[in-house]
Design a protein around this ligand. Structure first.
Ligand code: FES
Length: 110
């Protein structure tokens, strides 16, 4: 289990991207005090979601948005609710929040 950041690094309704040891890019966002992490890959064309650094949410900070064609994804489930890949989902990354305030990545060996 690897600590990727601290809770305070990801304010409510914001998102941050991180590189994992495997070379994947993931992002973590906070909604209503809970944290959600996904692979930074749009299911439409397998491209990264953001044009600007850490800009993963739409203007209202309500949904995750792909900046290429504007697909919108539910923050809690990663399901695409609008756009060319409607019905597909972002790939969820398993994380755990520990009492030290750290957000940890669950690695496959565990
Ligand atoms: S690449 Fe994301 S919506 Fe087309």
């Amino acid at each position: 289990m690897k600590r990727i950041c601290m809770m305070e690094d990801i304010p409510e309704r914001e998102a941050r991207s991180f590189e994992t040891e495997d070379g994947d890019t993931i992002f973590i966002t906070q909604r209503d005090g809970a944290f959600f992490a996904y692979q930074n890959l749009c299911p439409h064309l397998q491209v990264e979601l953001e044009f600007l650094e850490n800009q993963f949410l739409d203007r209202d900070q309500e949904f995750i948005e792909c900046s290429t064609h504007g697909a919108l994804f539910d923050v809690e489930t990663g399901l695409c609710i609008s756009g060319p890949c409607q019905g597909d989902s972002l790939e969820k990354v398993q994380i755990q929040v520990h009492s030290d305030g750290g957000i940890y990545l669950e690695t496959e060996q565990e």
